[in-house]
Design a protein around this ligand. Sequence first.
Ligand code: AMP
Length: 188
Amino acid sequence: MSAPRILIFLGPPGSGKGTQAKMMAERLGLPHISLGDLLREEVKKDSPIGRRAKESMNAGKLVPDELTIELTRQRISRPDCRPGFIIDGFPRSAAQAEALDRMLAEKKLDLEAVVYFRVSEEETVKRLLGRAQLEGRADDNIESIRTRFEVYEKTTSPLIDHYRSLGKLAEIDAARSIEAISRDLARL
Ligand code: AMP
């Protein structure tokens, strides 16, 4: 059996990483794990995790690390993740990255690559405001979008250098069309 393929998709809000992660997961026959989706499900169920997460999510802030780490731990332990998985929206902080490293080490799994979606804030804000009208997500308003960018810059973007120094980073120019980006990803 070939080694499990474990890919992380990293980038600012609105960079298109979710869309691409979903498409690539389908193409490779791997589960797509979106922490945002998992959290939104918890909110919908009104579970204890959902109740703790809701307020931070609506404000565009990160929910506490322990919640996302626990959700990730449970999700990647499910049998469908044995051939590998594509994870998007996690890790988003140094503590989450360390936790993921530990989880993978415990399972004797190697991270294949971190795909970094490089795109300007101006472009992504435009996309997010468009999505707000289409999907009506509670956190796609200008205030929450600004906060999500600040959080991304301060807490998440340092992970780019971290994974680059480990030789795991694959950069994608995400300012282009969905088709152009997915062609690049297919060559990965
Ligand atoms: P997303 O769908 O990836 O844009 O995530 C939506 C919201 O869920 C974020 O703005 C955060 O409030 C929360 N969230 C998603 N992933 C994480 C994470 N790894 N750590 C903390 N909060 C997260």
